[in-house]
Design a protein around this ligand. Structure first.
Ligand code: NAP
Length: 303
């Protein structure tokens, strides 16, 4: 029986584990086969406080991991396959094992959606990115393309316009999905140009991004555009499949929290990108993990 079972091992999950185990709570992290979360596919992280020269994403996660282990956190490197929050203790199934916990912290994060092109996978971290807040500074005076027409795409384009020499937003329709205010800001920014009714067929370049091949959706005409970076901003998907029917979620699948980390089930908390679609930053996720652990500790004192 664990006091706290943390599901997920990104900055939210591992910070929650550090706080919970340091508070003397018997803590298990179900880390997942691809432990570490989105930072494991990031290169330089320059905006996580405490590293004056920046740090590599996987190295940062390794550090968090070792820090959690120091306090006696137990880890399981498989994926949680099912949960049962209908009665207490809560049950978390990992393959053939069923763990019991007095409280659960969900920190399974979200995954950026990708276009699904081979060239996109090959050039990831070599000019292809899904996070302008993380990577815009690497594109100073360079030409970048942003794919998408929602709020994220507009925010990415605006963030990039502070560094890049030109930003071309490629959208598959002739209307944006983004909120009016963000649309207006993007239209006003002279560095941002829109390429409408177009989809990305291929990202060009051998070792680094050199351009994109686009297709007009109405005429099927294909054309190439030279650029140094491609930011995919077509949305995120929260990793909440196994919680369906167990806990309240919004239409998209993000876990609904009240009072910061409390979910619709008493004793189950959520932290990080799985409930926060606005900020999506490692430091915010870490902060949320801390809150969830403190909330779980308070909850356990009362049971
Ligand atoms: P989103 O609203 O779902 O927009 C995704 C965009 O990508 C859409 O324009 C969509 O095109 C396009 N797209 C999707 N799949 C595509 C594909 N395979 N190929 C090409 N284009 C594709 O996602 P989001 O912008 O990440 O926003 C998600 C939620 O977070 C929204 O509720 C948003 O309001 C919120 N958000 C808010 C803020 C803020 O308030 N500051 C910032 C970021 C996000 P179509 O338009 O044709 O469907």
């Amino acid at each position: 029986m664990y006091d706290v079972i943390v599901i997920g091992s990104g900055p939210a999950g591992l910070t929650a584990a550090i706080y919970a185990s340091r508070a003397n709570l018997k803590t298990l992290v179900v880390a997942g086969v691809q432990w570490g979360g989105q930072l494991m596919i990031t290169t330089d992280v320059e905006n996580f406080p405490g590293f004056k020269k920046g740090i590599l994403g996987p190295e940062l996660m390794d550090n968090m991991w070792n820090q959690a282990e120091r306090f006696g956190v137990e880890m399981n490197f498989d994926d949680a396959t099912a949960v049962d929050f209908s009665s207490k203790p809560f049950k978390v199934t990992v393959g053939s094992k069923v763990y019991e916990g007095k409280s659960v912290i969900i920190a399974t994060g979200a995954s950026a959606k990708w276009l699904g092109l081979e060239s996109e996978t090959r050039l990831r971290g070599r000019g292809v990115s899904v996070c302008a807040t993380c990577d815009a500074a690497f594109f100073k005076d360079q030409r970048v393309v942003v794919v998408g027409g929602g709020d994220t795409a507009m925010e990415e384009a605006l963030a990039l316009s502070k560094f890049a020499s030109e930003v071309k937003v490629v959208h598959r329709r002739d209307k944006l999905r983004a909120t009016k205010i963000l649309q207006e800001r993007a239209f006003k920014e002279p560095k941002i140009e829109f390429i409408w009714n177009s989809t990305v067929q291929e990202i060009l370049g051998k070792d680094r991004v050199e351009g994109v091949r686009l297709r007009k959706v109405d005429t099927n005409e294909e054309f190439e555009l030279a650029c140094d970076g491609v930011f995919i901003a077509i949305g995120h998907k929260p990793n909440t499949e196994i919680f369906k029917g167990q806990i309240e979620m919004d239409q998209v699948g993000y876990i609904v929290t009240e009072d910061l980390t409390k979910t619709s089930v008493e004793g189950v908390f959520a932290a990080g990108d799985v409930q926060d679609y606005i900020y999506r930053q490692a430091v915010m996720a870490a902060g949320a993990g801390c809150k969830a652990a403190i909330d779980a500790e308070k909850y356990l004192e009362g049971v």
